[in-house]
Ligand binder design. Structure first.
Ligand SMILES: *[C@@H]1O[C@H](CO)[C@@H](O)[C@H](O)[C@H]1NC(C)=O
Ligand SMILES: *[C@@H]1O[C@H](CO)[C@@H](O)[C@H](O)[C@H]1NC(C)=O
Ligand SMILES: *[C@@H]1O[C@H](CO)[C@@H](O)[C@H](O)[C@H]1NC(C)=O
Ligand SMILES: *[C@@H]1O[C@H](CO)[C@@H](O)[C@H](O)[C@H]1NC(C)=O
Ligand SMILES: *[C@@H]1O[C@H](CO)[C@@H](O)[C@H](O)[C@H]1NC(C)=O
Ligand SMILES: *[C@@H]1O[C@H](CO)[C@@H](O)[C@H](O)[C@H]1NC(C)=O
Ligand SMILES: *[C@@H]1O[C@H](CO)[C@@H](O)[C@H](O)[C@H]1NC(C)=O
Ligand SMILES: *[C@@H]1O[C@H](CO)[C@@H](O)[C@H](O)[C@H]1NC(C)=O
Ligand SMILES: *[C@@H]1O[C@H](CO)[C@@H](O)[C@H](O)[C@H]1NC(C)=O
Ligand SMILES: *[C@@H]1O[C@H](CO)[C@@H](O)[C@H](O)[C@H]1NC(C)=O
Ligand SMILES: *[C@@H]1O[C@H](CO)[C@@H](O)[C@H](O)[C@H]1NC(C)=O
Ligand SMILES: *[C@@H]1O[C@H](CO)[C@@H](O)[C@H](O)[C@H]1NC(C)=O
Length: 734
């Protein structure tokens, strides 16, 4: 049956209608109703072709009978069910359960709902239904209208009409006004989701009457006032989620009496004061997230009491003092995120006793001392180690072992010295390494080029020196797409051998269609880069690519092979000693948004091919020895004279100096030589000339990088997890 269902799903993979009926086969009426239902909807795929009286009902496509030959589940593809058809479904007698989630249902929710007196379960989640919250029948136990377009207030009569509800989910709509206190009359209520609306006012104290309540999700609203002390009466409470509201005051210490609480999410509010000690009595707590508030004081050693804790998020508060030793005694702790606080002193080496830990994020604190050597090899489960923006000194531990499981090592903005340890090459899963803004010396870590997953390598602002070489590997840095070596003392020619093999920056026909951020479940990758002249923090899109080699001592010519990196968004080679011509092949960098070649010794003309960089929004060719006319048209009309200052003999707009003879010599001998350079194998034929260029596109793309604060909104992640969980429970009940 599972197979059949899976097949059906993949065949039609679009939207499903899932009806759960419970009636006897002898009831011909039911059969007639289903046939008339069939006749009223479109079925271009022929999915319903065997829905006829000569085929036994239990063999109908999408219908599953239970062992008593009663119809249990009906699955139909939805081709746009209208409100009228929806009503007709509600009239099927003896129907207990309707699941029409994730369809294209539109229009107003039919009031007929109320007449279907046998209905216990109605799920219309993820449709486009409008109007206000409808009234419901007293038989209804589970009502899920989440992720629709309902507006208006939650009607107070809900407390009377829906008196037998166990679960009410109105999340993800446009509901306004206050939470009616009459909801507290639905004494059987176990789960109440109002998240993702525009609700205001305080959380009604009366809710404390709901003794069966297990799950409260009020996040992403505009609720204000204090968290009511009275919630302590909700003795069964398991999830309390009040995130992204304007709640203020202290965390009530009475919450510590909710001994069944497993998930406490209060992040992004305006809570103040110390952590109430009572919270550490919550022995069953699995996840605690109090991030992005104004909480004060130390993180007490008392957390040792939270024996079940797996996820501890206290980031972006005003916590001071030491990292508690007690972390070492939490047997299941997986995620510790304390970033953006004012924690001081050393990381206790006891942290290495937390062998279950996966994410340790201490970014942006005032931690000092050395990085405990054991951090390199204490846990193969550790995947994220973020110690950025602290005051660690000493060397990076040499202890990264064979089974190093790190995916991100971020030590940016400390005072680390010495060279990069070779043992880092053991970390085969590394996707990102940022050791910028330290005092490292030594050579370029070419032995990292075999790391097949490394996407981001930032070593900017250190004292690294020597020439850039690669190991003997055929495809060095196969996944690398962000390389920042700015502000070091590297020398020698630009690394042609590396550049020509950086596959991740080349268009090899693979399509990266959707915009996605590099992130894990509890961590989103971020990096500071110079983008269009601004040093900014970015959450990393999986399509983002840039190379910054600025402010080193590279000399020689810019290699033609640079033109192969057609997915490159930004290239900064400024403040080096590069000479020779700007290669024509650069015109192939069709995705380039910023190009800085300033403060070098480049000579010759600006190749007209650069006009093919239709996304180019920032160009700096200043302080070189360029000559001849500036290309005109397309993007070049948008650059001002600051892009060209300090050159020998450039002419034409936007400079005031006009060109004497307007004829550009396209076929000057040096360019010919370049085009025939067989080593580059650049085929100018595949160059795609994008039409359409302009500020709209450029700004759109840039805003995409910077506005995203913390990866995917947590709300979706949280709610989705819950939905999934609850679905599972429902099925097992049947
Ligand atoms: C009924 O469905 C069966 C199975 O698909 C099909 O073979 C038969 O032709 C159908 N009969 C009618 C009258 O459509
Ligand atoms: C469903 O109907 C609406 C309104 O007529 C229309 O906008 C929409 O495109 C239709 N969707 C599908 C999948 O046919
Ligand atoms: C349903 O609600 C509407 C509007 O709130 C109301 O006019 C109507 O009387 C209600 N119907 C029932 C059966 O309660
Ligand atoms: C419903 O709740 C309100 C507010 O809590 C209360 O005033 C009212 O008496 C309750 N009604 C019933 C029928 O319990
Ligand atoms: C919480 O529990 C403690 C100890 O069991 C008790 O003394 C206290 O009165 C309770 N607080 C509330 C608000 O119920
Ligand atoms: C860490 O664990 C080891 C062995 O399990 C134990 O001897 C040591 O005392 C622990 N250290 C701390 C600081 O908890
Ligand atoms: C960090 O610590 C240093 C000395 O340990 C102190 O001078 C500085 O003010 C602290 N910074 C913050 C933001 O607490
Ligand atoms: C970690 O490395 C150190 C030094 O190489 C070694 O003494 C220690 O046994 C290693 N620990 C583990 C858990 O592998
Ligand atoms: C290129 O790098 C230099 C020095 O690191 C920096 O000043 C400049 O702003 C960068 N250019 C761009 C376009 O980001
Ligand atoms: C990264 O950039 C942000 C601004 O976007 C800045 O506040 C922060 O200090 C920068 N980080 C470092 C290490 O300079
Ligand atoms: C171009 O770069 C030079 C130095 O390399 C700098 O002085 C100038 O301000 C830059 N121009 C623009 C428009 O950013
Ligand atoms: C650059 O442009 C400004 C105004 O746009 C003008 O005042 C200045 O003279 C120009 N400089 C050169 C070198 O053309």
């Amino acid at each position: 049956m599972l197979n059949k269902r899976a097949k059906v799903h993949s065949l039609l993979s679009m939207f499903m209608v899932l009806l759960v009926l419970n009636f006897s086969l002898s009831q011909v009426d039911e059969l007639k109703l289903l046939l008339s239902f069939k006749s009223s909807i479109n079925d271009p795929s022929g999915f319903l072709s065997n829905w006829n009286s000569s085929t036994p009902l239990c063999l109908w496509h999408g219908i599953t009978c239970n062992k008593f030959s009663k119809v249990k589940i009906i699955q139909l593809t939805n081709k746009n069910i209208s409100r009228a058809i929806l009503s007709s479904i509600f009239h099927l007698p003896k129907i207990e359960s309707i699941d029409l989630s994730t369809n294209n249902l539109f229009g107003e929710i039919p009031y007929d709902m109320a007449f279907s007196m046998s209905l216990q379960y109605l799920n219309l989640n993820q449709n486009y239904l409008t109007d206000t919250v409808p009234n419901c029948s007293t038989s209804l136990e589970i009502l899920d209208l989440s992720a629709n377009s309902l507006s208006g207030k939650i009607p107070p009569q809900i407390g009377v009409e829906c008196s037998n509800l166990k679960e009410l989910d109105l999340g993800g709509n446009y509901l306004v006004g206050r939470i009616p206190s009459s909801i507290s009359n639905i004494s059987s209520l176990q789960a109440l989701t109002l998240a993702g609306n525009k609700l205001i006012g305080q959380i009604p104290r009366e809710l404390s009457k709901l003794k069966s309540m297990k799950w409260i999700y009020f996040g992403y609203n505009h609720l204000s006032g204090e968290i009511p002390q009275e919630l302590v009466d909700l003795v069964s409470l398991n999830h309390l989620d009040l995130v992204y509201n304007n709640l203020n005051g202290q965390i009530p210490s009475s919450l510590g009496n909710l001994t069944n609480l497993q998930y406490l999410f209060l992040y992004r509010n305006k809570l103040t004061g110390l952590l109430p000690r009572s919270i550490f009595g919550l022995k069953k707590l699995v996840e605690l997230d109090l991030s992005e508030n104004y909480l004060l004081g130390e993180i007490p050693e008392l957390i040792i009491e939270l024996r079940s804790l797996q996820v501890l998020h206290l980031y972006s508060n005003n916590f001071i003092g030491k990292i508690p030793n007690a972390l070492a005694y939490l047997p299941y702790i997986q995620v510790v995120s304390f970033y953006s606080n004012s924690l001081t002193e050393e990381i206790p080496s006891s942290i290495c006793n937390t062998s279950s830990i996966e994410v340790l994020d201490l970014f942006d604190n005032n931690l000092s001392g050395i990085i405990p050597p054991c951090l390199g090899n204490f846990s193969k489960g550790l995947s994220i180690l973020d110690l950025e923006m602290n005051s660690f000194h000493g060397t990076i531990p040499e202890t990264f072992g064979e089974d190093c499981g790190l995916r991100n090592l971020n030590l940016n903005g400390n005072k680390l010295e010495g060279s990069l340890p070779r043992s880092l090459a053991n970390c085969k899963n590394l996707e990102m390494m940022d050791i910028g803004d330290n005092k490292l010396n030594g050579a370029f870590p070419y032995w990292l080029d075999t790391l097949s997953k490394l996407q981001v390598l930032v070593l900017r602002s250190n004292k690294l020196r020597g020439i850039l070489q690669s190991s003997k590997t055929i495809h060095p840095f196969p996944k690398l797409r962000i390389l920042d070596l700015a502000n070091n003392e590297f020398t020698g020619p630009m690394p042609k051998g590396i550049i020509k093999n950086m596959k991740a920056m080349m268009n090899l026909g693979e399509q990266h269609s959707s915009l996605q951020y590099m992130q894990g479940r509890y961590y989103s990758y971020h990096v500071n880069l110079t983008v269009k002249g601004f040093y900014i923090k970015l959450h990393i899109l999986t399509t983002f690519t840039s190379i910054d080699l600025s402010n080193n001592n590279f000399h020689g010519e810019i290699p033609n092979v640079i033109g192969k990196l057609s997915l490159l968004r930004g290239l900064n080679l400024s403040h080096n000693s590069l000479s020779g011509h700007i290669p024509m092949s650069m015109g192939n960098l069709a995705n380039l948004e910023w190009l800085d070649l300033s403060s070098n010794q480049l000579t010759g003309q600006i190749p007209d091919q650069l006009k093919d960089m239709t996304f180019l929004a920032f160009l700096n060719l200043s302080y070189n020895q360029l000559t001849g006319p500036i290309p005109q048209g397309k993007q070049f009309n948008t650059f001002e004279n600051g892009s060209y200052e300090g050159n020998l003999a450039l002419c034409g707009l936007p400079l005031s100096k006009s060109c004497k003879n307007d004829g550009r010599k396209q076929s000057s001998p040096s360019f010919l030589k370049e085009a025939n350079d067989s080593e580059t194998e650049i085929n100018f034929g595949w160059k795609v000339v994008l039409m359409g260029y302009g500020c709209g596109i450029i700004f759109g793309v840039v805003i995409g990088y910077v506005t995203f604060r913390n990866g995917e909104p947590k709300w979706f992640v949280t709610l989705y997890g819950v939905k999934y969980h609850r679905k599972g429970r429902r099925c097992s009940r049947n």
